[in-house]
Structures are given as C-alpha cells and as structure tokens.
Design a protein around this ligand. Structure first.
Ligand code: GLN
Length: 309
C-alpha cells in the first residue's frame, strides 16, 4: 500500500496538470467566477493525522455536501420517524428533478436530492425561526470540524434564493402534499443558507471524521451519532450521494461520497479516514469531474474499497 501523504501529493500534482477539467457551475455568478484550475485534497485519518495537498486550505461553497450534516442533525432529532417523510432509494434522476415527486405523493426519494434536503430543512425548523436553525446547522459543522471560523457566504445564499425557481417549485409541490410543515420560503431559507456554507478541503475532511469512526469524533471521543446511524448515512452516500452518477461513483471509486455543485466531494473510508476533494469543474451529472477521478486514483493507490477486506 502506498504512503498516504505521498499518494495525495501525487494525485494533486497529476490533477493540477490536467487539461479537460469540466464545466464550472454557472447558475449563480458567485459560483461561475471560481477558477477552474483549482484542485485541493485532504485526508483526516482515524489515527489523528490531517494530510493535505494542492489548494486544500482554500474555502469553497460546499453546496449539497451540507446535506450530509443536515441529515445527521435531523436523524439525531427525529430518529427513524424521519423516514416517513423522505425515502432511502437512489433517484436515478438529476438533483433538482421534479418528476418522481408526483408519483410518490410528495415524498422525495432520498435526503440528498434537493427535494429531500428541503424536507430535512423543514424538519430542522420545528420550533425555531429560520435564523436559529441556520445558526444551529453552522454551529454543528463548526463543532464537527473543530473550527469556529467556518462561515456562510451570504452572497451565495442570496443568489440561490434569487434564482431558485426550481427549488421553490419543489418546495411548493411538496407543501401541496402536506410534506412541508412550514411555509416553503422558510424551509428554503434554511436550505439555501446551508448550501452556502464555505469550507476548505481540510475543514471538510475534519468535519467528516465521525462517519469514518463509528459516529464518534476521533480527536475528542465525543459521540456525534450512533455507530449504526453513521453506517446508514454512509450507505446513503454510496447509493445516493452523486445523484444519477451514484452507480458510476460506487463502481469506480468504491467508497461512500457526497458531492456538491461547488465541485467538492466528501468521501468516507470506514474505519480509516475522511477525505475531501475540490475541483470546481463538473461532469454531466453535476459532480466534480477531477474530484471523482482523483478519488478513484487515490482509492486504487491505497487499496481502499468498502467491497474489499
Ligand atoms: N444549492 C444547489 C441547488 O439547490 C445545490 C445543488 C447541488 O449541490 N447539487 O441547486
């Protein structure tokens, strides 16, 4: 097996030199302005090491990766009752698709497509003002990464709202089925803000450690969530974390991962490490093009797979 530090440096150097880097998301100007030449990668291991390469210290918009953290919070608050309002099946559809919702009576396929994450935001709103829920999510992410400097990019959140016609459509549609308990704009306010959390690869890898370590923060030993739930969140990342590209990611990379349109991916090697990679250019499914390739290479070099001993 390769040395992890060396493997990260090798992958980062190879990715920095590649020409075909995919298309940077452009639905809001804040994301469209990001330099497609960036590449960062970080690993936080269960034995306490944090190893980085490339632009791993630069904050980017984590977007849908935040859905892992809101799902963790909502499961902690609601327990298995959550699964009455959101499913656990891969969608086979793009992240912002509306078609399945009608057939499935407003119950989104899984918590990682937009509709599912909007329901999770609605769950987290119970008894709170949107501002309080947004604060709770941010503090949770800061706690996980052990870093109080993590913030929400309010310009990104405002643009998401200004251009979020499809997300408004999803929320209104679910409201018509009774699967949103708050006003759609309240649930969306929470959703847009958690998508706009800005983190570096280093911070993201640190925040994911509990998933690689049976639900516990390895540095402090604090229990974030039960070991069983941590396993299940990872299972959903593997089956649903890359939308209609989830099968291909599982096939090529072989470990659970969650992507965001900002070009980040959080990936988990159970029992070993939490990984974060960032390359802003996306493939046709809206997942980081070089990020997926880099994780495929790294997993191969390190012999990491949930399907191998
Ligand atoms: N904020 C984005 C949206 O709602 C998140 C999508 C993503 O990262 N896949 O469209």
């Amino acid at each position: 097996m390769a040395d992890l530090e060396q493997a990260l440096a090798e992958v980062a150097a190879e990715m920095a030199a590649r020409g075909d880097r995919g298309e940077v998301a452009s639905y809001i100007p804040q994301l469209g302005r990001v330099d497609a030449g960036k590449f960062g990668i970080a690993a936080a291991t269960n034995d306490g090491r944090v190893l980085v390469a490339g632009d791993a210290g630069e904050a980017f918009s984590i977007q849908s990766i935040s859905k892992v953290f809101t799902l963790t919070l909502a499961l902690g608050e609601k327990g298995d009752a959550l699964w009455k309002r959101v499913g656990r099946e891969p969608s086979g559809n793009p992240f912002n698709s509306i078609v399945q919702l009608e057939h499935e009576n407003g119950i989104p396929r899984n918590p990682f497509i937009n509709a599912g994450a909007i329901v999770i935001s609605d769950v987290l709103l119970a008894g709170h003002q949107p501002r309080e829920t947004i604060g709770e999510i941010l503090r949770f992410v800061q706690f996980l990464a052990d870093d109080e400097t993590i913030t929400i990019d309010s310009a990104v959140a405002a643009s998401e709202r200004a251009t979020g016609y499809r997300n408004f459509a999803l929320a209104n549609y679910m409201k018509s089925f009774g699967n949103l308990h708050h006003a759609p704009e309240m649930a969306l306010g929470v959703y847009f803000h958690h998508c706009a959390i800005a983190m570096s690869c280093r911070q993201l890898a640190l925040a994911g450690r509990f998933l690689a370590n049976g639900g516990r923060q390895p540095s402090t030993g604090h229990s974030v969530i039960s070991a069983e739930r941590a396993r299940r969140i990872s299972a959903l990342m593997l089956t649903c974390g890359h939308y209609d590209g989830s099968g291909d990611f599982a096939f090529r990379v072989g470990i659970p991962g969650k992507s965001g349109v900002g070009g980040g991916i959080l990936a988990i090697v159970p029992g070993v490490a939490s990984l974060a990679v960032w390359s802003p250019g996306l493939n046709a499914n809206g997942n980081s093009k070089l990020g997926s390739i880099a994780l495929e290479k790294l997993a191969k070099m390190m012999n990491w797979s949930v399907f191998a001993p």
